[in-house]
Design a protein around this ligand. Structure first.
Ligand code: SF4
Ligand code: SF4
Length: 344
């Protein structure tokens, strides 16, 4: 894999040139926070951000999308979004989440809509410069990432190191004014990785994440689920901001002409009342405590077998910041279980 060094000035020129020819999505300031949005100038790009409000997941699995249009009792037409785009500034924990989603949407029923967007994306990841208030990616083994991206950027002070990991990434970097990385700069990149592996850890998990399924196997009837759920608003914010939550609802909407319509897919969330409602109005996970427990089991017991044992929480910390009653932090719940089981 080629690693090149680009001065910050040349990098800004590179981004300006890209904006003129491609659809570029980049991290920008939003109020006093950050978010991914279409980029209109290199100056607006903020690779020094701590965390974005929403993960980049929305560019592959939009909050709402039309899957197909149909004529009632007649033919249908799939709606696929095949526009190429460049996603600039994805942090390692979000890249790990995208890698997990890729695996999930590829297996069993191949999801053409997700995969079409994914195949049309070029991802430029970047190492974290500034830890956010609630990040715990170090605990989850997601502070550094070495696959999934097309290019990985690391800020090494006066310049960026840019590593192309795919032919798409090579092609992209060929457009930048760059020189081969020198040993000193490569050493600085190693230092950034070593630092981040430890320091993106505002909440420290008391066990190896691989051990969490065993912890949960003994915790189904633990009182913590009832205790925490007492103050849960069922607002679903913890689901909405999560880079690894991917549940959705699909429904057919018939137009006013009663002849045509569309099949729409929208994000759903396991904390929301009604998430498990089925005909005829039966709701099989109605109790709030059961819904609360389900989210934590899904992350560390139900999804891992589908993705080679990885835990489906990458420690971005967004749910911690989004939860008003402050009960959503997976580390605080898992640590409580670990303590009570006496295996800490
Ligand atoms: S559960 Fe919370 S910390 Fe874990 S990936 Fe989802 S939002 Fe981030
Ligand atoms: S755990 Fe917090 S963020 Fe999640 S649904 Fe309950 S109140 Fe909302």
């Amino acid at each position: 894999m080629t690693v090149r060094k680009i001065t910050k000035n040349d990098f800004a020129n590179f981004v300006e040139a890209l904006i003129r020819t491609e659809k570029v999505i980049g991290v920008q300031a939003k109020w006093d926070r950050f978010d991914f949005a279409p980029l209109e100038s290199a100056e607006a790009l903020r690779l020094d951000y701590d965390v974005t409000l929403q993960p980049p997941k929305k560019y592959f699995l939009p909050p709402a999308e039309v899957l197909l249009t149909f004529e009632v009792g007649g033919p249908y037409q799939s709606q696929l979004d095949g526009q190429e785009f460049l996603l600039l500034g994805v942090h390692p924990y979000d890249m790990v989440a995208i890698n997990q989603m890729d695996e999930l949407f590829r297996q069993d029923n191949y999801d053409t809509h997700y995969m079409t967007r994914r195949n049309h994306a070029t991802i430029v990841a970047c190492d974290v410069l500034r830890p956010s208030d609630h990040v715990f990616a170090s605990s989850m083994g997601a502070a550094v990432v070495r696959k999934g991206y097309d290019v990985l950027l690391t800020d090494v002070g006066d310049s960026f190191l840019a590593e192309a990991a795919t032919p798409k990434g090579e092609k992209l970097l060929a457009r930048a004014k760059a020189v081969p990385a020198d040993p000193q700069a490569l050493k600085r990149r190693e230092d950034v990785w070593a630092r981040n592996k430890k320091s993106l850890n505002r909440h420290e998990l008391k066990c190896d994440p691989a051990y969490l399924p065993k912890v949960l196997a003994k915790s189904y009837k633990h009182p913590v689920w009832e205790e925490k759920a007492k103050t849960c608003f069922s607002c679903g914010s913890c689901n909405q901001v999560c880079p690894t939550c991917y549940c959705f609802n699909v429904q057919d909407d018939v137009n006013w002409d009663l002849k045509t319509g569309q099949r729409v897919r929208e994000w759903d969330g396991c904390l929301l009342d009604g998430f498990t409602k089925v005909a005829p109005a039966h709701e099989f996970r109605k109790a709030r405590a059961d819904r609360f427990r389900h989210r934590l089991y899904r992350k560390a017991a139900y999804v891992p077998p589908k993705i080679g044992g990885q835990i489906a929480c990458v420690g971005c910390g967004r749910c911690v910041g989004a939860c008003l009653p402050d009960i959503a932090n997976p580390v605080s719940i898992y640590n409580q279980l670990i303590d009570d089981l006496g295996i800490g």
